[in-house]
Ligand binder design. Structure first.
Ligand SMILES: [Zn+2]
Length: 257
């Protein structure tokens, strides 16, 4: 593939969640050919990748035809993050740790940090981008990630871009995080304007385990954050929650918004 042919080619990191789903539709609507990458890094909520496959199918149907059709490919890459972090205190990958419940606080969000997760994923994505002469690698960090996820901050993205440039003596590939200044509610609103199929996304860190099946638990931090984003954006929430997240909202001193 020549560089001129691949000028609008992007490699995106996607989970099954709503933020990266909106990211995919955002770049698709902008006319980029897409290579979407999901990662099995030992997360408890591996169920999210089932949902990623569903919205990728929908994305292909929506944007893969007609005179302005784009190419959409999708891969799941195994990363041994959980295997390397045997002493991790992250509830996302340590089976012995219970997932914190309720609206995110600094402490409960800290329990969901997976060290070096984004750098690991972005390096895989950059390698794919190099192989395909893609100019863009993107991921869906947002404002709510800022306080406890160091690898979701602008300083990290800038540093990672500097590392990429030094590693290959080339600035051909740039990491972008277009939602960095967005709240999750603003991402939901953008997704709604792009007719994103939110019912094909999955957020819950419980991953349908313990009999939950296709229900979000409604109690973990990311369920509450998801519920709150739809509510603040004034958008119907298609999610089936086992417990109503409403009880975790509007707690004085604990709201992030
Ligand atoms: Zn949940």
């Amino acid at each position: 593939m020549s560089k001129s042919q691949s000028r609008n080619h992007a490699v995106l990191i996607v989970s099954g969640g709503m933020d990266s789903c909106v990211l995919s539709y955002y770049y698709a609507a902008a006319g980029f050919d897409l290579h979407l990458l999901s990662f099995n890094y030992g997360q408890k909520h591996l169920k999210e990748l089932t949902y990623a496959k569903r919205y990728v199918t929908h994305l292909r149907e929506r944007f893969g035809q007609g005179p302005r059709a784009i190419q959409v490919s999708y891969d799941i890459i195994d990363l041994p993050i959980a295997r390397l972090l045997t002493n991790s205190d992250s509830a996302l990958i340590n089976a012995d740790l219970e997932m914190p419940k309720g609206h995110y606080t600094d402490d409960s969000m800290k329990a969901t940090v997976v060290p070096y997760r984004n750098p690991n994923m972005l390096l895989q994505a950059a390698t794919v981008a190099w192989n395909e002469h893609a100019s863009v690698v993107a991921f869906a960090a947002h404002q709510g990630d800022y306080s406890q996820y160091p690898d979701c901050r602008e300083v990290f993205v800038d540093s990672f871009n500097a590392m990429l440039a030094a590693a290959m003596n080339s600035e051909e590939i740039k990491v972008e995080s277009p939602f960095m200044r967005f709240t999750k509610a603003q991402i939901a609103a953008l997704g709604s304007s792009l007719s994103v199929p939110f019912e094909l996304t999955w957020s819950c860190y419980e991953g349908g385990n313990n009999g939950l099946g296709d229900q979000h638990c409604g109690s973990c931090g990311t369920c509450v954050e998801r519920y709150e984003a739809f509510k603040l954006a004034g958008i119907p929430d298609p999610t089936v929650y086992a417990n109503n997240p409403e009880r975790f909202l509007a707690i004085p001193g604990q709201s992030n918004l």
